[in-house]
Design a protein. Structure first.
Ligand code: HEC
Length: 114
């Protein structure tokens, strides 16, 4: 029975058809069991100003960086980090979910050939 269930679910997640995998990836980017990446990094990972403030009379910005060209190793490290001293929240994602997020950012940006 367990084996049967596995056979049933695996194609849902690992389907090679473009739409299914892409849609799953988009869903994960916008709802990664926590605050969606897009709120801070933008819909395509292009980066965004997430707060404006004034410090010592000067206008300052807190920006979530552009993550479109981050290499995988760095991407993985960042998402797997359990250090709580960043403006970015910690996530508890599996290796495969992190890979999917990376794939999503690559896919969505190659599509419109910036
Ligand atoms: C609350 C805002 C916020 C959210 C939500 C957020 N981030 Fe970030 N992220 C940041 C900030 C700010 C930085 C820069 C500071 C740092 O590296 O800790 C950052 C840094 C990163 C970096 C490192 C970039 C580099 O050049 O090294 C990656 C990769 C990244 N985020 C990916 C993601 C992904 C994927 C998600 C969703 C699972 C996400 N972030 C959600 C704010 C956010």
């Amino acid at each position: 029975m367990r084996f049967f269930l596995l056979l049933f679910f695996v194609p849902l997640i690992a389907d090679d058809s473009f739409i299914t995998r892409f849609e799953y990836a988009k869903m994960l980017y916008e709802n990664p069991r926590g605050v969606g990446c897009h709120y801070c990094h933008g819909l395509k990972g292009e980066g965004k100003i997430i707060a404006k403030y004034i410090e010592k009379g000067k206008k300052r910005y807190l920006k979530a960086p552009d993550i479109r060209d981050v290499e995988y190793k760095r991407f993985y490290k960042k998402l797997n980090s359990k250090k709580f001293k960043s403006a970015m929240p910690s996530y508890f994602l599996t290796r495969s979910e992190i890979k999917t997020l990376y794939y999503y950012i690559k896919m969505i940006n190659s599509e419109d050939k910036r």
